[in-house]
Design a protein around this ligand. Structure first.
Ligand SMILES: C[S@@+](CC[C@H](N)C(=O)[O-])C[C@H]1O[C@@H](n2cnc3c(N)ncnc32)[C@H](O)[C@@H]1O
Length: 243
């Protein structure tokens, strides 16, 4: 990735409310499945701009939230939103290095950076006894796959698998899947709605790199909106060992 491409990418993504699909209902559901206590110590691993922190606080009103992301401009955004909350800690760092102990590790659309199996193995030591991980992951929902979707994911995430494939990677890490659910259309619009406005504001793009970044973002949003039955994000709540 060239510097000019990276700059254009971050120009598009700067100041978006979130960096992937999601909604508060996902967090409420996941905390219920995991039995997350009101005093939970929660990690928002790869928090992006901090869109999920408020809902994580709500499911653990007597707990604490540690939110971290690799990129300082995302953590600066999260800090601006939540920095005044005394039980929220925002840090810039590598989610592969978290130490815990955490009762819930929440990871929206980012575990694939570590790999599901490798990431879950790494996080085992960071979980408190009885703790759980909830993560969302791109997933094929049907065997019949539209050509445009196959091409998109071959470019963006060739290792993308289906529900059984995700579960197999969870089991390979020594975890059990407690429950799964698909992210809703509303969760997608929370991401693509603001993205549409940003694309329109930056179009047609003042450099070739920006034009490329805008074209890629438009393509992704178009294909995702056109084929929600075929693929999407699967939210999995998992726990080390048997249930
Ligand atoms: C698709 S975005 C999701 C962000 C956020 N969870 C959300 O839903 O808005 C993926 C995020 O993973 C972060 N990331 C990638 N690798 C990371 C790592 N090793 N440690 C921490 N954050 C990482 C990126 O900076 C980016 O913010």
């Amino acid at each position: 990735m060239s510097d000019a491409y990276r700059d254009a990418f971050f120009m598009l993504h700067r100041d978006l409310p979130r960096e992937g699909p999601g909604e508060p209902a996902d967090i409420i559901w996941a905390a219920g499945v995991a039995g997350t206590p009101s005093s939970a110590r929660i990690c928002d691993a790869a928090c992006g701009p901090g869109a999920d922190v408020a809902a994580l606080r709500r499911v653990a009103p007597d707990g604490k939230v540690t939110a971290l992301d690799k990129y300082p401009h995302f953590t600066a955004q999260a800090q601006a939103l939540h920095g005044d909350d005394p039980v929220v800690t925002i840090t810039t760092g590598d989610m592969g290095q978290i130490t815990g102990p955490f009762d819930l590790i929440w990871c929206a659309g980012a575990l694939y950076f570590l790999g599901i199996t490798a990431g879950l193995k790494t996080w085992r030591a960071a979980l408190a006894p009885g703790g759980a991980v909830a993560f969302s992951e791109p997933c094929w929902f049907t065997d019949a796959r539209p050509r445009k979707a196959v091409d998109l994911w071959a470019d963006e995430y060739p290792a993308m698998t289906d529900v059984a494939g995700i579960d197999a990677q969870v089991q390979a890490a020594g975890y059990t899947t407690l429950a799964t659910r698909k992210l809703s259309a509303a969760a997608w619009e929370n991401y693509y709605g603001p993205m549409d406005k940003r694309i329109a504001a930056l179009s047609p793009g003042d450099t070739s790199e920006m034009q490329q970044v805008l074209a890629e973002a438009r393509r992704e949003a178009d294909v995702c909106r056109a084929h929600p039955e075929s693929f999407g994000y699967l939210l999995s709540v998992v726990r080390p060992g048997g249930i």
